[in-house]
Design a protein around this ligand. Structure first.
Ligand SMILES: CC(C)(COP(=O)(O)OP(=O)(O)OC[C@H]1O[C@@H](n2cnc3c(N)ncnc32)[C@H](O)[C@@H]1OP(=O)(O)O)[C@@H](O)C(=O)NCCC(=O)NCCS
Length: 274
């Protein structure tokens, strides 16, 4: 009896050590990734997701003026893959879905009905509305069929494999990643084709299908999406891209005149420079 108990304890201990190692590896990957974005004042240690009643606890935090905590607010019905990296604070509403090998920068929120497909990188301070598909996968179009029975029967028809163990599965290759910059606003009902890069500060109008890269600070819309206009003139855009204000934490943005772009740029270049 004692021997069995000892064995069980030993197994538990080994599993605990393994988990600790895994968390360490994931934290390291997280830090490395977000260091590339600039790290002034950001909490890089806070890896992972924390489930909470997002709206209520956010409200409470502001009302009570507690020192602000760097943690994620994830709705209970949202799904976040274990291999997703969230740089807190990130907010996920409703049933937002975050697939594997994705990374999402701090102060980005994603609304309900939106899916972020595997391999997507999203920057900081992005606003992502309802019912968007970011980086969905294409099916093969020049094979016998476009059906996943050829390459992913396991996920779509799991029971069938039992009767057909050696059903040939063909490896499918797809564009590796979709990149969404910083301060990007993706409205609602948008599809962003896998492999597209959306520049910093860009806006994607509601109902768009984005199939080409989007320049920084462009406002694009339509099917397929075209540049409708730019948020600012060329000179202002160049200054903003040089400042990269998204590399700063909220505290470093305090006092900035957000609604006066010229003044905000002056302030970011001057006193507020870190
Ligand atoms: C992109 C958007 C912000 C542009 O707003 P705006 O600056 O007031 O734009 P305007 O209405 O002046 O339209 C400018 C041009 O863009 C076009 N346009 C506007 N919205 C468009 C859309 N969704 N798709 C395609 N073209 C669009 C207009 O037809 C117009 O074209 P024109 O100059 O040839 O006449 C707005 O249309 C939009 O999509 N808002 C999203 C709202 C939303 O979904 N919010 C969810 C909360 S996250």
């Amino acid at each position: 009896m004692n021997v069995i108990l000892c064995l069980k304890l030993k197994i538990c201990w080994i599993q605990y050590i393994k988990m600790k190692r895994l968390v360490k590896i994931l934290k390291k990957a997280h830090t490395k990734h977000f260091k590339k974005l600039g790290t002034d004042g950001f909490s890089l240690a806070s890896f992972g997701t924390k489930v909470s009643d997002s709206k209520e606890s956010q409200k409470k935090q502001f009302i009570e003026k507690k020192p602000y905590k760097k943690r994620n607010f994830i709705s209970k019905s949202a799904s976040v893959n274990k291999k997703a990296l969230l740089e807190s604070p990130v907010t996920l509403y409703g049933n937002a879905g975050i697939r594997s090998n994705t990374s999402i920068g701090a102060f980005t929120y994603i609304n309900t009905g939106t899916t972020v497909f595997y391999g997507t990188t999203i920057g900081r301070y992005c606003s992502i509305g309802k019912n968007n598909e970011i980086g969905p996968v294409d099916h093969p179009m020049d094979w016998l069929s476009s059906s996943p029975i050829q390459y992913n029967i396991k996920e779509h028809f799991p029971d069938y494999l039992e009767y057909c163990d050696d059903f040939p599965q063909v490896k499918i290759s797809r564009p590796a990643s979709t990149i969404i910059g910083n301060d990007v606003w993706i409205a609602s009902l948008v599809v962003i084709k896998r492999g597209v890069t959306i520049g910093d500060g860009a806006v994607v109008a509601s109902g768009s299908v984005v199939i080409n890269d989007v320049p920084s600070y462009a406002i694009v819309g339509g099917v397929p999406a075209k540049v409708l206009k730019y948020r600012f003139n060329e000179e202002t855009i160049a200054k903003l891209l040089e400042i990269k204000w998204w590399s700063r934490d909220l505290k470093a943005l305090a006092g900035i005149e957000f609604d006066n772009i010229d003044r905000a740029i002056e302030q970011l270049r001057g006193n507020h420079e870190q």
